[in-house]
Write a protein that binds this ligand. Structure first.
Ligand SMILES: NC(=O)c1ccc[n+]([C@@H]2O[C@H](COP(=O)([O-])OP(=O)(O)OC[C@H]3O[C@@H](n4cnc5c(N)ncnc54)[C@H](OP(=O)(O)O)[C@@H]3O)[C@@H](O)[C@H]2O)c1
Length: 289
């Protein structure tokens, strides 16, 4: 059997069309959704990520406010900037590009963002709501993966899902979202013993390591009909690659995401969706006060 490629670009386009319509509705009500981006330092990859997010916003009518800060930016300065953005009624979403230089505390920084403007879903408040199945603003990559499952009608109920990642950005929120859909979820990481055996009994595998020297998911590690979501991104001989031996796995799987063109476009689409959701929340707030 040959499986189906999950086309993240197509699904992201359909999400963006819905978001574009919501932007128009907000504009008609006098609100232009606006995302503030915060980039510290001159890491080229981070700068490209922020530029791509800003471009995606511009494409569908979301305004952006760009904050490029020197690598020496202090925690005190960061706190003041976040406070200012929290108070700014024209800003609906705040995105602090991670990782931050070592003098800045990522947890202290993301925690300071107003939960109502937390478009990355990383504040303790929104994480708490997520674990209680009540979150509105959810982390972009995990919610993008859930959107892929929904679009391709991949039923999660009762399935054995293995997530190879336990970060706050990917593995932990995805665990909660899949559990909510009644999957039996196992989280694996660098200290997991017998990773191959966990993978071999999985109906669904989500891998997010991003280092081919450490890990590559190969066909002998999966069962027939498996669904594979590849979140990992790394550079190999100048090419963008994931954690999965795509060409061989797709011969055995039912669905596989490619890299590029799988999860990546979904992450950006969900950021746009969260920004518009945050703008809608602010509209409700204005109407009720
Ligand atoms: N496409 C997208 O939109 C998107 C979005 C987010 C992230 N990503 C990519 O996803 C990857 C992970 O991102 P992240 O921020 O979650 O990074 P991270 O915090 O470094 O997480 C990497 C995870 O991989 C685990 N790991 C490392 N080596 C392993 C091994 N040999 N066996 C099993 N597990 C192992 C780590 O385990 P420990 O916890 O034990 O260290 C950790 O949980 C990166 O490549 C990143 O670029 C892509």
């Amino acid at each position: 059997m040959t499986g189906q490629k999950i086309d993240g670009i197509a699904v992201a386009t359909s999400v963006k069309e819905r978001v574009r319509a919501a932007v128009k509705e907000l504009q008609n009500a006098g609100i232009t959704p606006c995302l503030a981006t915060v980039l510290v330092g001159d890491d080229a990859a981070s700068a490209t990520y922020v530029k791509n997010k800003q471009k995606a916003c511009a494409d569908i009518g979301i305004a952006t406010k760009d904050h490029k800060l020197p690598v020496t930016f202090s925690q005190k300065e960061m706190n003041s900037l976040i406070d200012l953005l929290n108070k700014d009624d024209t800003v609906h979403g705040i995105l602090v590009q991670l990782p931050l230089p070592s003098q800045l505390d990522e947890f202290a920084t993301t925690s300071r963002i107003s939960p109502l403007k937390d478009v990355d879903g990383l504040t303790p408040y929104n994480i708490g709501l997520l674990t209680s199945a009540r979150a509105i603003l959810k982390p972009c990559t995990p919610s993008g993966i859930m959107e892929l499952f929904e679009y391709y009608k991949i039923d999660l109920e009762g399935k054995n899902a293995v997530i190879i990642n336990r970060s706050n950005l990917v593995g932990k929120p995805l665990y909660n979202l899949m559990l909510e859909k009644n999957s039996t979820v196992t989280t694996c990481h660098s200290r997991t013993r017998n990773l191959k055996e966990h993978c071999q009994i999985a109906d669904i595998i989500i891998t997010a390591i991003g280092d081919r020297k450490k890990f590559l998911l190969t066909e002998d590690m999966v069962k027939d009909g498996v669904v594979v979501i590849d979140v990992g991104t790394a550079r190999l001989e100048g090419k963008l690659v994931g954690d999965v031996d795509y060409e061989n796995i797709i011969k055995k799987a039912s669905y596989v995401t490619p890299v590029p063109g799988g999860v990546g476009p979904m992450t950006i689409a969900m950021l746009l969706k969260n920004t518009v959701t945050a703008a809608s929340i602010s509209k409700e707030f204005v109407q009720h006060n």
